[in-house]
Structure formats: structure tokens, C-alpha cells
Design a protein around this ligand. Sequence first.
Ligand SMILES: [Zn+2]
Ligand SMILES: [Zn+2]
Length: 421
Amino acid sequence: MNPLIDVILSQYEREGHRIDCVTPMLDLAESDPAALEDLLMESMARDCAPATFLDRALGLLADERLIAVVAAAWERLRCGSANRQVREIVGHALYQACDVLTDDWEALLAATQHHGPAAGFPWRTLPTHVAERWAGALGEANGREDVGRALALLRSRNAAVRDRTLAYLRRATGHAADSWAHEAGIDPLTGAPLHSDYPMHVQFRGAQRKAQLADQTPWRRRLWRLHDTWGSGERSGQTHMGGNLETLCGFCHAPLQRLLELDAQLVGAADNKRLSFGLCLDCCGWNGLGPLFYRHDSRGHPHAHPAQWSEVPAEDVGNSGALMEAEPALVNLGGNRWREQDFGMSNSDENLSRVGGAPSWVQSAQYPQCPDCRATMPFVMQLDSVLPVNDGGILLWGSGGMLYTYWCDHCAVSAHLWQCT
Ligand SMILES: [Zn+2]
Ligand SMILES: [Zn+2]
């Protein structure tokens, strides 16, 4: 075993969070990446208290080594281990390696209840006979203690049990049943999915990338260079970001800012044209305005929705500056590891700017209603607080949250809102 592993873990056991363990972990990741597997195995053997440097090591593991670590943790958890690192690793595996956990559905349910029920994909392969048995049990239940099981059933997307599950949730939680359906990424009325399964990551390059890195601490720059979500993947689309659009904000009448221009089919549109997502950075999320809505013309350009147009422009609106103009790539990372990412677990390590896939909610799930057809609008894109602006610096959504974009293809209407911690 690499001697640095004992140095790192002994130091952590002795000094706890008073000492920096991220830097020596990154030294290990750069000099002997295979040793990260031993580091995590050893952290379980020593029953270390969970620590962010160990979570970060897990995120940097090569795929096959991650599988080995998760399989060991899962085996121990199922045998009743109360080891803290075992639980922590399984919590991360709900996102990064959930296929390892789908051989024991009751144990998986217990694990998600321990970690919060946010991960959706572990449930997609829930066999129908298990789903039927669980839905049958919900038929008898009235209290809230089966909400976790019901949510797992909704997340399975198994249409045969959806109505019974929603009926239980309405009985047990009242109006909150709709919110639970949104957490599961489905429309409570129709059962239609509200997001796609596989994302493309926005891969920042050139001056944009340089500005992002300049904004980070030295250790995080090292970590981002090693992390798959920032640099790897197969290129599958070209985009244009930043600068102004020709159309105006309905509130302050300033030109809209271009967020991302891309092929409309990438967000599930039937039409094959270019689509520009844009908004007013100064008015989005401020002054109690709620989501901002835009109607798109035949060229795909956004115009302030008539319901959000005031003849007299608002005064005293801030000036966030313009986003740096750049042409980031859209990349497909392949596999299942990064198809679903949790905002909290990412802890600013992972690239969360994505087109498609499941949203990484900062708060609870939120899907606006289309102002034209009243249907729930599907999620199509999220942009993390890593976007450089022209005057240097980085645009933050609120205190540093996430912008979510939605698209109603029937009405050619987009919506944007952000959440922050
Ligand atoms: Zn505005
Ligand atoms: Zn609509």
C-alpha cells in the first residue's frame, strides 16, 4: 500500500478537520491514482469519520475501482455494519454507482431513507413483482411512514403502480402529493416524465475556462483538472454562450442576455432549428417576479412573454454585466456515473452545468406551469454559478445557486428560475 495513505489517515484520525487532508489526497491522486481505491478501503477498515477529502477521493476514482469500493461498502452495510464510512460511500453510490445496489430492494430503501430520498435512478430497475407488493402494502397504509417507499415507487416510473402510489400520497400528505411527484420527476396529472434521462455536460474551454479556474482556490483547480465532469467525454454539440440578444426584458427593457444557443432537438423539440435561451440577468429571481417566461419566434429567439411586459420600464434595476461570449462544447460523458448529480454532494467539485438529464435541485423540485397552455413545463437545462462575465469575475445565482431552464415545445415558450442555498 502506498505509504502516503497511512500518513493521510493517521493525520486525519489524530487532528480531524483541523488539518488539510485534501492537498495530500490530491498528491496521491496525481502520483498514484490507483491508490485512491486503497485509501477508501482503508478508511472503511479504520471506521474513519466521514470527511469531504474522502468524498472527493471517491469522485476521482476510476470507474472500475469505484465499483470495487462500492461493492465492498454495500456488502458490509447489508451485513448490518454501522461503519460511518460504509454509509457515506453507499450514500454517494446512490448517484455514482447505483447499479451495484440493486440486488436488495429493502436494503436500498433503508439506505435512501438514511441519506435522504433524492436519487431517482436506483429505482428504475425495480422489478414489477416488488413494485406490486409494495403498492399493495401502501393500499393498507394511512400514516406518513411509507412516504419513502411511495417515492421509490414513483421514481421507478412503473405506470402499473403510479395511481395507487399517488392515492396513498394524497391520503397521507394531502396536496404535497404533487410535490412528491415533482421530486420523482413526473407530472402528477399525466405521469409524463419532466426531464430526460441522459445529460450533456457543458464543457467550458479557452478564456471562459481560464476565468473559472482563476476564481478557484489552488487545490480546487487541481481537483477540477482531475475530475471527469470537467474535461472528459465525447463531444456531441456546439453552442454559443454570452453577449446580448436583440430583444428586450419585459420589466427593465434592457437587452436580454444570451445563455445558450443550441440545436432545438437537444432539448427534445420536434423542430430541427437553432434555439436561443436568454433572459434578463438583472430581473431573473429578483423583486418577487417568479419564473421569467419567453415566447420564441420562428428563428428560435426569445421575446418577453406578454404577461410579463410592462409599458413603463422598472427603475433601480441592477447591472450584472454581460456573460463572456464563448463557444463551449456539449459533451456526452457516457455510462451512468454522472447521469444524476446531487447539488449538495457535489460540494462545488463537479461540473453541474448540463443540458438535459435530471435536475440537481438546490432546494425542492420546482416545475413552472406554461403561461400559455397551463401544462407543467419540462426541465431542459441547468447552469451552475460558474459563468464568467465580461468585466472579470463570475456570475452567481443568488448567493451561488443554480439556474434551471424549462421548455414547452407545444407553445415554444421557455422559462427560467434559480434556487440558492
Ligand atoms: Zn430586466
Ligand atoms: Zn405551453
